[in-house]
Ligand binder design. Structure first.
Ligand SMILES: [Zn+2]
Length: 418
C-alpha cells in the first residue's frame, strides 16, 4: 500500500511549501484502507458508569437528586459549573451526563457532563467535600475523504450526491458554494461529474460528525467549477477558485436554493397576466408561499414597498454598483425596513403571489449601474480576493490538494489522516 507521505512528498512543489501550516499536517498523513472501531472513554476498568441523556423537563437538580445527591451538593455543583465551565442549564436531547461510581452501590465519585462530542466537563469531589470541575477537549481524529458522482438522466444534483455517498449536510454546503457559480436549473445535465473532498471527525475510531468541505469540483456546461477552502495568513478562511480568485461572489444568482426557474430573463416575452409582449427583467423561481427569501448579498435596504406589478417588494443596494430586487412577497421579514443593512443570506421576506402574478414565486432582479442584467449570466464580482503572497501559497497548496484528490479518486476507500 502506498503511503500518502510518498504521494504528497514525491512532488517538488509540495516540498517547497512545507512551511504552510496546513501542509505540515498533511505531510504527517497516512492513507489507510481499513477503519478500526474502538470504544470506551478511557477510564480504568473498576468503575461503574451510568449514562443519562437529558430529556425535556430534566433539570440538573432533578437528575442529581435522583442519583442520591443532597440539596447542598446540588447547589455546590451548580455553582462550580457556572463559574468554571459556564454551564447554567442543560439542553434536552443534546447533553448527556455520566455518573461514575467505584461499584454499583457506592456514591457517585465523578460526574461527566457531555455537552458536545468534542467537550466534556468533569466534576470530582475532593477530600474536603469540595466539588471541582475541569473541562476536557476530546481529541478529534480528522480524516479527509473523497466522494465523486455523476448526474444521470432525470437526476438532480442532490440525488446524484446522495448516491455518491455524500452526507446531506455536506451536500447542502456544496450546493451553497456552487450556487455562486452555477445555475442548477440549466447547468446540470446527465453525464456531468462532480467530486467533493471533506472531513469526517472520529473519536476513538468511531465517526462522530462531518467537518468542513475542503474542495469541490463540478463539470458545468460553462466549464469546470473548482473551489478550494484556504486559510490566509491573517487566519481568515475562504473558498477560492483554481486561480486563487475568491469563489464567494458578492451576489447569489439563485437566492433560494433548489428553486426551479419558471421564467428566464428576456428582453421580450408574453406577459402571463397582461397578455402582451413585455420584457421580463428578472428571473422567476417557483417556491411555495411562505418560503423565506434570503438576501442575495450584503447591502442596505433601499425600498420596501408595494406596487401593482411587483406587489410587495424589497430592493437592496449592495456595495459597488449592484442592486437586487425581490418581488411578489406575501410578507416582509420582521425588522427589514428602508435603511436596514442586511447580511448575505439573511431572510428579507417570504414568497407570495402579490402584484401581477399567476402563482407563488420569487421574481428576482439584478440591476447593475441602473440597468437590468440577467442574473444567470452576469459576471459577478468576487469578494475576499487574495493578496500576492497568499495567492502564491494558495496555488502551491492547491496543487498538493489536487494531487491528493487524484490519488483518492483512484482509491475511493482511502482517506487522508490529518
Ligand atoms: Zn418575473
Amino acid at each position: 500500500m502506498k503511503k500518502a507521505k510518498d504521494i504528497l512528498t514525491s512532488n517538488n512543489v509540495v516540498r517547497a511549501v512545507l512551511g504552510l501550516a496546513i501542509l505540515l499536517t498533511l505531510i504527517a498523513v497516512a492513507l489507510v484502507v481499513s477503519r478500526h472501531i474502538g470504544g470506551g472513554r478511557g477510564y480504568s476498568e473498576n468503575v461503574y458508569k451510568s449514562l443519562v441523556t437529558v430529556e425535556s423537563g430534566d433539570t440538573l437538580s432533578k437528575l442529581l437528586l435522583a442519583q442520591g445527591f443532597t440539596n447542598n451538593d446540588v447547589l455546590q455543583i451548580a455553582k462550580v459549573l457556572k463559574s468554571d465551565a459556564d454551564i447554567t442549564s442543560l439542553r434536552a436531547d443534546n447533553d448527556k451526563i455520566e455518573f461514575v461510581r467505584t461499584d454499583e452501590n457506592s456514591p457517585v465519585s465523578k460526574i461527566v457532563i457531555i455537552p458536545s462530542p468534542w467537550r466534556q466537563v468533569e466534576l470530582t469531589c475532593g477530600d474536603a467535600g469540595q466539588w471541582q470541575c475541569k473541562t476536557v477537549d476530546i481529541e478529534r481524529d480528522t480524516r479527509v475523504v473523497y466522494r465523486a458522482g455523476e448526474i444521470l438522466d432525470g437526476d438532480s444534483f442532490y440525488l446524484a450526491g446522495m448516491r455518491a455517498g455524500i452526507p446531506a449536510g455536506i451536500l447542502a454546503e456544496v450546493y451553497d458554494l456552487l450556487a455562486f457559480e452555477m445555475d442548477f436549473e440549466r447547468d446540470v445535465r446527465a453525464g456531468q461529474k462532480f467530486s467533493v473532498l471533506y472531513e469526517e471527525n472520529f473519536s476513538n475510531g468511531k465517526k462522530i460528525d462531518n467537518g468542513r468541505v475542503l474542495a469541490v469540483e463540478f463539470e458545468a456546461l460553462r466549464g469546470n467549477v473548482k473551489m478550494y477552502r484556504f486559510k490566509k495568513s491573517d487566519g481568515k478562511t475562504g473558498y477560492y477558485d483554481e486561480n486563487g480568485n475568491g469563489a464567494i461572489k458578492s451576489l447569489k444568482r439563485t437566492p433560494i436554493n433548489n428553486a426551479k426557474v419558471t421564467s428566464s430573463f428576456s428582453n421580450s416575452r408574453k406577459h402571463p397576466v397582461l397578455g402582451y409582449t413585455r420584457a421580463h427583467k428578472g428571473v422567476d423561481f417557483r417556491a411555495s408561499t411562505g418560503t423565506p427569501i434570503p438576501a442575495a448579498g450584503a447591502g442596505r435596504v433601499v425600498a420596501r414597498s408595494y406596487n401593482r406589478g411587483h406587489g410587495n417588494y424589497v430592493k437592496i443596494r449592495h456595495n459597488g454598483s449592484y442592486e437586487t430586487l425581490y418581488a411578489h412577497m406575501s410578507r416582509f421579514a420582521k425588522g427589514v425596513v428602508v435603511g436596514t443593512t442586511v447580511k448575505q443570506g439573511q431572510t428579507i421576506g417570504y414568497v407570495g403571489s402579490t402584484g401581477l402574478s399567476t402563482g407563488p414565486h420569487l421574481h428576482y432582479e439584478i440591476i447593475k449601474d441602473g440597468k437590468h442584467v440577467n442574473p444567470m449570466t452576469v459576471k459577478l464580482p468576487a469578494i475576499n480576493n487574495l493578496d500576492k503572497e497568499d495567492k502564491k501559497k494558495f496555488l502551491e497548496y492547491r496543487k498538493a490538494l489536487d494531487k491528493g484528490m487524484e490519488q483518492l479518486s483512484k482509491n475511493p476507500n482511502w482517506f487522508i489522516q490529518l
